[in-house]
Design a protein around this ligand. Sequence first.
Ligand SMILES: [Fe+2]
Ligand SMILES: [Fe+2]
Length: 193
Amino acid sequence: MIENLAKEEFEARKDYYRGCDMEVYRCRICGEVYIGTEKPGSCPFCGAHENYLAIANEWNMIKATSLSDVSRKNLQKALELEIDNTNFYRGVSQKTESIYVEGMFKGLSKVEREHASTICKHLGITKPESDVGFDKAVESDEENISESNRREKRAVRFYLEARNEAPESEIKEFFKALMEIESDHIRLTEQGI
Ligand SMILES: [Fe+2]
Ligand SMILES: [Fe+2]
């Protein structure tokens, strides 16, 4: 019975599938997987640009085999920054009364959380539990959006520095990808509500 239903459903959707196979894409920055008929413009999980999305059987993660002291220090600082931003954005999405601002900050918070998790993979640690930043969300949407714009600019400045300081080509690439993503967030926070 279930098999028949599945078959009917598949037959009914034949036109939808015609000419386009399902593909499995995997992000070289965060390692997450996207399944669909087309490559998305950016990773739905970490926001890395299209060029970091690989076909699953050609995938490898951008990750250094060992870390220099300076990169370890910068990754630790990056982790603090991403956790603070994750929590601040979660705070904003819970506080606002605007459905758009709620969605925007829910999305931003998820992306920054993915960055924090990825940084932990580079550092070889488990992600620390922390609420730092959550209570910095204020009542005004405008003020929260201005604050998020400052945070994104700070992130881009820091990732540029960290990229320049990194001796490992993989860590340079990783910080470059983060710079591009946070630049997208600057643009988003400048578009207004
Ligand atoms: Fe990703
Ligand atoms: Fe961001």
